[in-house]
Design a protein around this ligand. Structure first.
Ligand SMILES: O=P(O)(O)OC[C@H]1O[C@H](O)[C@H](O)[C@@H](O)[C@@H]1O
Length: 550
């Protein structure tokens, strides 16, 4: 029994039925599933917004999907979803509502927290961001010396970096190419150094992004950026206002730093860091792509929000993708999940999803405070697929691990490519389709022999296949499609956390390292005797000091 009185997840009849079904299916072969059902290639598909989803290459039958949906019903996934949309405080360990869906709500929508409609605040900030972005883009907003802003440097980390940095890459073809936009996150001084070394400070705007405005990496980099700027401009504190803006929930800390709170763009404690790039945290992105494109992106998010909120279980795509992950993680012992985009512009997409998924669902304690007895979130990994093919796909094809993967691709290359480069798109996508085919169906020993391969190499050249993949295909990579993709994964992560009975919206696991770093620092700088250092760390600190000649 859970502490909240519910039956333990892995003792529910729905879980037991799935475990039994898994046993009965045994080593079900995709070749057999396709042979038995000629309609599978078109039948096991779904559509949400512009996203065509093919889940035919999964180790599932209609019965598997039915049983998985029963698990979702038994764990009341839709009940928790509705509580989220109603603004209830479902982030129980922090006693907060979870309302990233309000960030993209229509202007006339009503989403209440503690009886107050938050949508007008959301749109007030969006309008303020749009006004500011337009002034920077038009050259009306100038630096301290009167020069036009040509460079935007976003300083933030985690959710205050990964989202806007990812989306900037994704939407590069929609950006103002006369602006240089960079993202600094690492407290390694090399990051800020490389981002600023060729910039004219007089033309540079720093966007300091931090929900709490206490994150040590961000505040350290922001302080160094301020020193650099004032040094370069040979100016005093009065130069800060034209070159620094803040994105935060913490007005007090922003003012303490010396940024005019008139130049602060606000968001709220009901927005989690990893769910925040469609809030004020997206300001650098908005400056790069313009307010209209940013709003198109929000429209895309909203399409999938509405789908998740209203579609029945049978056709609810985030629910389906989440259930497939549960099928492999909990009933096939898969440890990881690969996300493999066939788009250069999505090069940072998987890194973004790592925080979204792993910081949300990397938990072993349930919402009821008890340790779970079942696997929770997977290791999420991957890079653009074409490059991966020449690196780690060997292990996916012929290794000993089951790695379910999402393949994301687009029918059209981006419009601004030359005709010659556009012609390469079919080759890119031929790889995309070929890989999921090879992963699913492999190559039998007889097929290998038929190619005249010598007997001693037949085993080596045999592909067992049966590697499950989801294909996500859209016409083109637009701001709206990006919003749709991100919302799809947000809600997938949500539904999995709901089934596993964990709080997907806190992140206590990152705290210990932060506290220890603060304690260790004086040992490095001053050789202070830090009590409680273990023998290994103490010896490493001594070695570090020796290497630094201290
Ligand atoms: O935006 P900030 O308050 O600076 O937080 C930045 C990041 O740091 C924290 O350590 C959390 O793990 C992340 O969830 C968060 O996105």
């Amino acid at each position: 029994m859970n502490a909240d009185g519910r039956t333990r997840l892995n003792q529910t009849p729905e879980w037991t039925a799935l475990a039994k079904h898994r046993e009965e299916l045994g080593e079900v072969r995709l070749r057999e599933l396709f042979a038995a059902d000629p309609g599978r290639g078109t039948g096991y598909t779904a559509q949400v917004g512009d996203l065509h989803i093919d889940y035919s290459k999964h180790l599932v039958t209609d019965e598997t999907l039915r049983l998985l949906r029963e698990l979702a019903a038994a764990t009341d996934v839709f009940g928790l979803r509705d509580a989220m949309f109603r603004g209830e405080k479902i982030n129980t360990t922090e006693n907060r509502a979870v309302l990233h869906i309000a960030l993209r709500a229509a202007r006339d929508a009503v989403v209440e927290v503690d009886g107050e409609n938050v949508v007008p605040q959301v749109h007030a900030v969006l309008d303020k961001m749009a006004g500011f972005a337009d002034r920077v883009r038009s050259g009306e907003w100038t630096g301290h010396t009167g020069k036009r802003i040509k460079n935007v440097v976003n300083i933030g980390i985690g959710g205050s970096d990964l989202g806007p940095a990812m989306a900037y890459e994704v939407l590069r073809a929609y950006t103002d190419r006369d602006l240089t936009v960079r993202f600094v996150s690492n407290v390694d001084g090399a990051d800020l150094h490389e981002a600023t070394r060729d910039l004219d400070a007089a033309e540079t705007l720093f966007v300091i992004a931090s929900k709490t405005f206490t994150t040590i990496e961000t505040i350290t980099n922001a302080t160094s950026a301020r020193e650099w700027l004032l040094g370069e401009l040979k100016a005093g504190q009065e130069a800060v206002a034209q070159h620094f803006v803040a994105l935060s929930t913490n007005a007090g800390k922003v003012a303490d730093f010396g940024i005019d709170t008139a130049n602060m763009f606000e968001f709220w404690d009901w927005v989690g860091g990893r769910y925040s790039y469609d809030s004020a945290i997206g300001l650098s992105l908005m400056i790069a792509i313009g307010p209209d494109r940013f709003r198109e992106m929000l429209d895309g998010f909203r399409i999938v929000d509405e789908h998740f909120r209203t579609a029945p279980a049978e056709s609810n795509v985030p629910l389906l993708l989440g259930l497939l992950g549960i099928w492999y993680g909990n009933f096939h012992d898969a440890q990881s999940h690969a996300v493999l985009p066939y788009s250069h512009y999505l090069s940072k997409f998987t890194a973004y999803l790592q925080q979204l998924d792993m910081e949300s669902n990397g938990k072993y304690v349930g919402r009821d405070g008890l340790a779970v007895d079942w696997q929770t979130g997977p290791v999420v990994w991957g890079t653009p697929g074409t490059n991966g093919q020449h690196a780690y796909y060997q292990l996916i094809h012929q290794g000993t691990k089951l790695i379910p993967a999402d393949f994301i691709g687009f029918a059209e290359p981006v419009a601004e490519l030359s005709e010659g480069l556009k012609a390469q798109h079919d080759l890119l996508m031929a790889n995309f389709f070929a890989q999921t085919q090879a992963l699913a169906f492999g190559k039998t020993p007889d097929e290998v022999r038929a190619e005249g391969v010598p007997e001693e190499l037949v085993a080596h050249k045999t592909f067992l296949g049966n590697h499950p993949t989801t294909t996500i295909l859209a016409k083109e990579l637009t701001p709206s499609v990006l919003g749709q993709l991100v919302a799809l994964y947000e809600h997938k992560v949500f539904m999995q956390g709901a089934v596993w009975n964990i709080d997907s919206f806190d992140q206590w696991g990152v705290e210990l390292g932060k506290v220890l770093a603060k304690r260790v620092e004086p040992a490095l700088t001053e050789g202070a005797d830090v009590p409680g250092l273990d023998a290994s760390t103490r010896a490493l600190v001594a070695k570090y000091r020796e290497l630094r000649g201290r």
